[in-house]
Write a new protein. Structure first.
Length: 319
């Protein structure tokens, strides 16, 4: 109800060639409100996440209404751009069971059309420059403090390492509003002077911390892409990441054995990285440069090519 009048007004100045909608938009509702001005405009649905496979907290039930919005959006869009192949494949794997729960018309036959419309377009990232590192090493966690990122597991691992006498500083930064802040802040208090920064930062401080980080560590149970990790690795931090979710796709294969850990191995992986950081840096040489494929100048060019192609083909077809 808010967006539609703005889009209608904008169309009187210059009719759009393409409409790009994010995953939280109800396309059916929006397009109905735009039917007099945008009926011939092609639509891209960009999936940064989706409401069917997004991990829920313990005992939280699937919001069926939002899940159905996701499915209807998939059928309405002319193209569907996913931020990773992992995200695309996880969603496609979950859809048959979800659709088959309908007792009469499950529309499973529409899945092939949805699949054919899907493209992978990674998120564009602004990668900060690295800075001179100082001792002791700075271990960074830079994800929001919600259940799906499991920042608490990272802090617990650092507490164990501190008890074992490991020498490190840490910055546990990210959106700490709500989520598990009540659990994480007391644990950080136990780390004392090792903590050089915590919680939400402004952009300038965030980029400064990224540039100084020696190691970036994650225990995320959900990651459809991983903007924060790409930023940190691109700035020169050695990653310690789960061998799961989107990370094996974001991290080139030749680095997997050095920087990805298996389930239950977080503390060991972080400890071994801290114990021989020079070796880990040599093994990760070239990884920061590999993140440039997600930099905005590269990603935007791909967006533009596909957007122009879709708008042109739609225009040609209309004519």
């Amino acid at each position: 109800m808010t967006l539609a009048p703005s889009l209608i007004n904008a169309a009187t100045v210059r009719p759009p060639d393409l409409l790009v909608a994010s995953d939280m938009i109800d396309l059916g509702d929006l397009l109905a409100r735009l039917r007099t001005t945008h009926a011939e405009v092609p639509v891209v649905l960009y999936l940064h996440e989706n409401q069917l496979t997004y991990p829920r907290q313990r005992e939280e039930q699937l919001d069926i209404g939002l899940a159905w919005v996701t499915w209807r959006n998939l059928t309405l869009a002319d193209e569907i751009w996913c931020n990773s192949a992992f995200h695309r494949d996880e969603l496609l794997a979950a859809l048959p069971t979800f659709l088959d729960s309908v007792p009469d018309e499950n529309h499973l036959d529409a899945l092939s059309d949805v699949t054919a419309k899907m493209r992978v377009h990674p998120v564009g990232v602004t990668i900060p420059d690295g800075r001179d590192r100082v001792e002791p090493p700075l271990v960074l966690s830079n994800q929001r403090w919600h259940h799906d990122k499991d920042v608490g597991a990272v802090v617990r691992a650092m507490l164990r390492l501190a008890d074992d006498g490991a020498n490190f500083r840490t910055a546990v930064i990210g959106d700490d509003r709500g989520g598990l802040a009540d659990e994480i802040h007391p644990m950080l208090d136990r780390l004392g002077d090792r903590v050089v920064a915590r919680g939400l930062q402004d952009r300038a401080d965030y980029e400064r911390i990224l540039g100084e980080a020696d190691i970036v560590v994650s225990a995320a149970r959900n990651e459809f892409f991983g903007v924060a990790i790409v930023e940190a690795v691109g700035a020169g931090a050695v990653p310690v990441l789960p061998n799961s979710v989107a990370y094996p796709e974001v991290i080139p294969t030749e680095f997997h054995s050095s920087v990805l850990y298996e389930t239950g191995q977080l503390r060991f992986a972080l400890a071994s990285t801290l114990a021989d950081l020079p070796t880990r840096r040599r093994e990760a040489a070239g990884l920061a440069a590999a993140m440039e494929r997600f930099a905005w100048p590269t990603v935007a060019a791909g967006y533009d090519r596909n957007a122009v192609a879709l708008a042109s083909s739609h225009s040609d077809g209309a004519n």
